[in-house]
Structures are given as structure tokens and as C-alpha cells.
Design a protein around this ligand. Sequence first.
Ligand code: PA5
Length: 447
Amino acid sequence: MSIKINDRFLNGFISEKEINETKIKACAAKKTLLDGNGAGNDFIGWVDLPENYDKEEFARIKAAAEKIKKSADVLVVIGIGGSYLGARAAIEFVKSPLYNNLKKDTPDIYFAGNNISTTALTELLSICEGKDICLNVISKSGTTTEPAIAFRVFKALLNEKYGVEGAKERIFVTTDKARGTLKQFSDEAGYETFVVPDDVGGRYSVLTAVGLLPIACAGIDIDKMMEGAQAARACFREADFDNNAAMQYATYRNILLAQGKSTEILVGYEPYLTMINEWWKQLYGESEGKDNKGIFPASVIFSTDLHSLGQYIQQGQRNLFETVLNVKSTGISFEIPNDPLNVDGLNFISGKSLGYVNETAMLATLIAHNDGGVPNIVIDLEDKSAYSFGYLVYFFEFACAISGYILGVNPFDQPGVEAYKKNMFALLGKPGFEDMRASLEKRISKD
Ligand code: PA5
């Protein structure tokens, strides 16, 4: 098994009775998901994706990645939410958060269109000056404002730099297979397109072209990633509760929520987990936070954040639990050097590996936070390989769906995301939003 739940640091926080009651709900939720008769069942294409993906498109993705690697110094990936977080998480996890600074034979990869920041856009434009650029614009709907603005800017840049015909060879679009203006425009312009399947929502789409193309461009083995997801699928579909990490995780977090622990903090002890944390926050926040329900997903990287949020976690409001993502092997070792003068008093750890000290920090923190009243779920993951990334993605997705069904929500929609968009369109003067505009302007005026 590539993932195992260690429940030792839940001792004293959850009872056998709670587990027995909630695991019945988890079993029912799993059946609902696999039978395809639950809420949002038109968005469960991701369940069988590791087996039933489009093999012809997969080969095209690899070919496009090779073309991009040959022709670009910089790949700009344009997308927001589920249309960028998974790819960025994979690159930082499998390669490095410092990927762009590594010596490599693959292009630098920058993510754009995931904010409306003037600074971020102009800095990236300046980084791109004098470089050969390819674009991968990713938007299922094809109408999301943030990536649409970035695409407008970078498309114009490429048209100017390479001419319309040259730019055509450098722009790759991942969107709905038939609907939407982006698909129509791309077909007319002659861009190569890849599909976000109809039945896969943005935050569940990392194993589709949405994630696969940028990930392959970073030189990550996407076959291995799919193998990991396949193994996870086989395990979580078939295994009983005692051998099913996804069911256990979904069960434990719902028990803790019922006890009033309404904030979950995903904890990593490696900076390469930062974007996994961000991807996970979207997956769980958008899937469960609705109908006035849900667990608020937060995240930290320790030991860094033990020096910022550690105080709150240890002694603040007791509505928290933590889930530690423990990557058991990073495949490298670094020995702490000896200092004959021992000015820092650290010779008691001379010769020990830094990994051992980090692991000890984790164990020490688990005990301290338990003592402070914070239950901890520990997820043990073998390593940071492409295979493990695929396995982990499927684990979190499967557990999220079960958890959402236990909670009694539709884990596959996100109706609340529309609220800010409508207000923004009205305030910006988009045609069709005139009535809303007047009432919103009244609410923000000082008089
Ligand atoms: O999970 C989701 O569905 C959202 O986060 C979307 O991924 C995000 O809003 C981007 O949407 P789109 O891909 O349509 O531009």
C-alpha cells in the first residue's frame, strides 16, 4: 500500500463507538459513489479516469510536451483554481518548488491567470522578454475572467513575436470538448486542443489534460503517475474499512467535525508540499463548504510555521484538528556537520541526518499538539515519486467524495463561487448586469 493512515495520535480523541457508527456511513457513501446514484453523479468521471482515460489524447499530450520542450525556454500555463493547482502541485512535489531555478533540459514553467495582479502579470511579461515562449491555456468553461485576461495578453504577445502562423504552433488549449467560446475560437485559430471531460469538475481534473500537459512538460513521467492512480483506484474501490485509507480518513474527519472540530489543518514538513496543500484546500473547501456545512481547510508547513501559527495551534481556540502528510522517503540524505568548537551547542546531533531531525520535530510536535488538545491524523506516503503523486491525488479525491456524502452535501458542485463573479461583472459594467450595478454601487458608496 502506498498510503497508510496512522491513527496513533487520535488516541483519546475518538472512540470505538464513534468509529463504528461513522464507518457505516462511510461504507454507504462509498456504495453511493460507486453505484453513481448520489448528488452530483454527472461529475464522477474522475472515479474511473485512471483506467478509462483517452489513450489517443494521452499520446497527443506526450507529443505536445516534446514539441514544447524543444521550442520553449518558458511555458506559461494560464488557468485558475482546478485549472492550475494540480499541475503546480505535481511539479513542486515531484521536481521542486525551485523547479525554475534547477539545471534542466525542460522549459521554465510559470503560472498566470490565477489572479488579477498587475504586478504578477507585468513581472512575468518582463521575465518572458527575449525568451522563446509556449502557452497552455486551461479553462473548462472558457469564460473565466482571470485566465481570459492573461490569455488575451499572452496571445497578443505571441502573435506579435512569432506572427499568427508561428504563434499557432506555440499555443495549446485545454477546454471543453465542444462547448464554449474558447473551443470555438481555438478551432478557428488552428490551436491544438485537449479536452476537460464533461463529467470531471475542475478540482478533480489533475489526471486529465488539465494537469497532464504541464506536468509532462516538466519532464515528469505521466505514465507512472497514472499507474499510481490506477493502484489507488483498485485499492480504494475494493478494500474493506480496515485496509482502506480513504474510508478511514473520511470517517475520522467527520467524527472530529461532529465533535466541533470545524477546522482541519493539513500539515507538511517539506516546502515541496506547499502547493499540495493549496490543491487540497480547493478540493475540500469547494467540495464540502456549502449548505452552511463543511470543515474549513487550512494548511501549514512545519517547522517553518511552528514559529508563526504554532502558538495558536498549541493553545488557541480548540476547534482544530491536524492531518499530517508524512512523506517517508525523499531519497536524499544530508548529514549535519561537526563543529569542533561547538559554539552553537549542536554537536549532540553532529553526524545525524537532517531528515532524522525533521522527523523528530514531527514526532515532538504530534505529542505537543495532542497534549494541547489537538487530534492528529497521520497519512504516511512512501515517497515523492510521480507514482506516489498519482496515488495521493486519487486518495484525496476518493476520500473527499466519501466525506462529502457522509456530510450530506453534493461534493461536485461549487454554486457559491458565482457570487463574487456576478458582483464583479455588474460593477465592471458588463452588459446584462445593469440592474445589479446600481444597487451594488449604493452599497459601496460612502454616502
Ligand atoms: O473546481 C472548479 O470547478 C473551479 O475551481 C474551476 O477549476 C475554476 O473556477 C476555473 O474554471 P475554468 O476551468 O472553467 O476556467
